[in-house]
Design a protein around this ligand. Sequence first.
Ligand code: MEV
Length: 307
Amino acid sequence: MISRTPAKAILFGEHAVVYGEPAIAMAIDLYSHVEVSKSEEFLVDGSPPEPRYHSYIIKAYEMSGLKEKVNIKIRSHLSASSGLGSSASVTVGTISTLFALKGEWSKTEIAKTSFDVEYAVQGRASPVDTSTVTAGGFVIVSRESYGKPIWEIEKNGIKWYVSSLKNLNQEFIIANSGVRGSTGNLVQKVYNFVSKNSFGMDIIREIGKISMESIKYLEERNLEKIGELMNRNNKLLTILGVGHEKTSKIIDSVKDFSYGAKITGAGGGGSVIILPKNEEKVKEILERSKIKYYLVRPDLNGVVLIN
Ligand code: MEV
């Protein structure tokens, strides 16, 4: 049994979504594969799992409720802590494959259980990463339902609605700073900032407004406006303290050839999402600075069973 799961990129609203503000994310065509086979004992890639490296997989196995022992094989080309949801992708792939083995495959249940796994491992979190890679396409995660939700997720009295948005059929460039940011630590850092600064919640709300404003422009495919909002969102993320000199440098270096660029995901390094105006120029600049990048398109399927 094999699952293929996309990665994700957050267009608007990371961090603010943890406080109930809306976020908009898309599944992207970079994939992880998880294969599960029956085994004498619980193994990851043929060896006993190591809590330090396999925390998400161990938790996913525990929470799947599967009784049989299995060997879980992971193939992922995504770097960990790169802001592209590598842990969500592997978690959703693992849950999907284990649920398929149990004969209980449903995207709603996969999204819910995968969020429980991420929450248990990471602490404070929102369902944006796990829901996006489960659903595929463009997704809005918010406290108020936007259109007809595809599912709802509740945790500690907070309810998030997950709804699909129209596909913005558009290529993006994702540049990896090479600096690893720990999502758990960065979410905690923002929490400390918001608790200590009276204007902290204003920044969070302002980010939420940007997410809401972007919906119209995403639907109209207004790249100029989308780019502008990406730039504004990035400034606010920097105020929250999740910027990094490496990502700021990348964003600055491509600004003349892009509609907009911002940190995507937890930040503290990680990746930058660029909406290119002149793709060749952006690529050239990144190559000259030896920055690893991916050209990505939206993935419209989310997690699938391929065997
Ligand atoms: C990480 O990809 C997104 C954050 O908003 C954390 C979360 O929503 O769980 C930083």
